[in-house]
Write a protein that binds this ligand. Structure first.
Ligand SMILES: [Zn+2]
Length: 176
């Protein structure tokens, strides 16, 4: 951040009184522009024991397979964001079945949240950010072509939990 979004003047980095971290502070109006992690919400959509994956049409990781997920919008809840992203990227209507993974990625200031979900019907397609969507049986998952570590971990948990029919919430950190 270089310029203040309130008044357009230059930003400096300093530790405000009573704080202990460097913040972006306006040199003119003194407003502190806090920066906090972003939340990515998505689903693990299942239909007849198969998992719906989307092949990415955009960078990063163009051509790799992902679970439908994306950045939350303002005024939105995590469940709304997960359902919306699934509709946008996979053109699939889902019913959520519970929180499944919360994965912190502190290096890039993100938290990824995935819900287990059930496809309401066998209708799915490729949204703007997707080349194709496909249902994969557990043994068909293209492990070498998975887009992101958070998606990889969520899928691995599902493959381990599914035979036991027990899906506890997994809270993990990805530290690079
Ligand atoms: Zn300012």
């Amino acid at each position: 951040m270089k310029f203040c979004s309130e008044c357009g003047n230059q930003i400096k980095q300093a530790i405000p009184k009573g704080d202990n971290r460097l913040r972006h502070i306006c040199t003119h109006c003194d407003i502190i522009h806090y920066q906090n992690p972003k939340i990515v919400a998505g689903t693990l959509p299942v239909f007849n024991g198969k998992i719906l994956l989307c092949r990415r049409a955009i960078e990063p990781r163009l051509g790799f397979w992902t679970l439908p997920a994306g950045f939350m919008e303002n005024q939105e809840t995590t469940t709304e964001a997960a359902i919306r992203e699934t509709l946008e990227e996979a053109e699939a209507a889902v019913e959520l079945e519970g929180l499944y993974t919360i994965i912190n990625v502190p290096q890039i200031d993100q938290v990824h949240i995935f819900f287990r979900a059930r496809l309401i019907n066998e209708h799915y397609g490729a949204g703007e950010e997707t080349l194709e969507t496909k249902l994969f049986a557990p043994e068909e998952i293209p492990w070498n072509e998975i887009s992101f570590p958070t998606v990889f971990q969520t899928l691995q948990h599902y493959i381990a939990d599914h035979p036991l029919d027990h899906f506890p919430v997994h809270v993990k950190d990805i530290i690079r």
